[in-house]
Design a binder for this molecule. Structure first.
Ligand SMILES: [Zn+2]
Length: 306
């Protein structure tokens, strides 16, 4: 029996969130796919919309449910990074709280209704409105990490970062970290950015999601799993020490040496150099802030190191 698609609306923290469900013709795993945890990450949303629809009529074992735009208020407000109601980054709030602010409640309801009970989770992201990035996937240490690593490899992006709790993990409270703690294999996959629907990035996500289906045994594998992947074990995020005009001198994907100058912050009139930003370790530029406007303590770049 070919796969049937159905539309549904989930109520999460009082918000109406669209869900696309696909029921395969035979039993198998339950895969959950999220996009739009951040409200202006359009390439990953576009990919999940396209990919989920492409399952209609295909042979599928098991079930899939996809949320193309989770953070609906941020999408509608064109608000990068945060949920507009409380200014919190949803991907720092998992597994959430039933009695917290809107981002914490949205994380809680998403975790309870969508992540719990899944056999695998893919959370598709890209750079937000003012971020460019080198495509990569990440997964978290934990009881399900070997299966999570398989999913990351199957997604086929050129870099895979393993995150451990502690100082080498850039962020806590992410979808993948909360899933990992619950023993659910999960990845965050990043391709695209800058508020654009770049066809190349959309295609990377669509092909990555097909790779995940094959890796879970939900479809026949049509091509070999990703080869030539570089595995990294450390994320280094660099922040501005002063507010000003930010100019990176590197691009996503560049390899940088320890001590290399990778950007500068100057005064708004261009007269004063306020800070030279230096790579603390030999690493790869995974993402960077493209907007010249940076606040003191604003995020500038993310590096990945072995
Ligand atoms: Zn994101």
């Amino acid at each position: 029996m070919p796969t049937r698609l159905t539309r549904a609306t989930l109520e999460l923290a009082g918000l109406e969130v669209p869900v696309i469900e696909a029921a395969g013709g035979s039993d198998g795993p339950l895969l959950t796919v999220l996009a739009g945890v951040h409200g202006c990450e359009y390439a990953s949303m576009a990919a999940v919309r396209r990919w989920a629809r492409s399952l209609a009529g295909r042979d599928l074992r098991g079930r899939m449910r996809a949320v193309p735009v989770l953070n609906v208020p941020a999408f509608r407000a064109r608000a990068p990074f945060v949920v507009p109601g409380d200014g919190k980054n949803l991907n720092r709030c998992f597994p959430g709280s039933a009695t917290g602010s809107i981002a914490e409640r949205l994380a809680h309801d998403t975790f309870r209704q969508l992540i719990t009970g899944s056999d695998a989770l893919v959370d598709a992201h890209c750079g937000d409105l003012v971020e460019a990035l080198q495509p990569f996937s990440l997964y978290d240490a934990g009881p399900a990490e070997s299966r999570a690593r398989d999913l990351a490899a199957a997604y086929g992006l050129p870099y895979v970062i393993r995150q451990e709790p502690g100082p080498s993990r850039a962020v806590a409270g992410s979808t993948s970290a909360a899933a990992a703690e619950a023993g659910i294999p999960a990845i965050i996959a990043e391709a695209g950015g800058c508020g654009l629907v770049q066809e190349q990035a959309v295609a990377l996500h669509v092909s990555g999601l097909d790779g995940v289906l094959a890796s879970l045994g939900m479809t026949e594998r049509t091509e070999p799993a990703g080869t030539g992947i570089t595995e990294l074990s450390r994320s280094i995020w660099l922040y501005a020490s002063v507010a000003g005009w930010w100019e990176p001198t590197v691009a996503p994907g560049d390899a940088v040496a320890a001590g290399q100058a990778i950007g500068a912050i100057s005064s708004l009139d261009g007269a004063d150099l306020l800070e030279t930003v230096v790579a603390p370790a030999s690493s790869i530029v995974m993402f960077l802030t493209t907007s010249p406007a940076v606040a003191a303590d604003g995020l500038l770049l993310g590096l990945g190191a072995r």
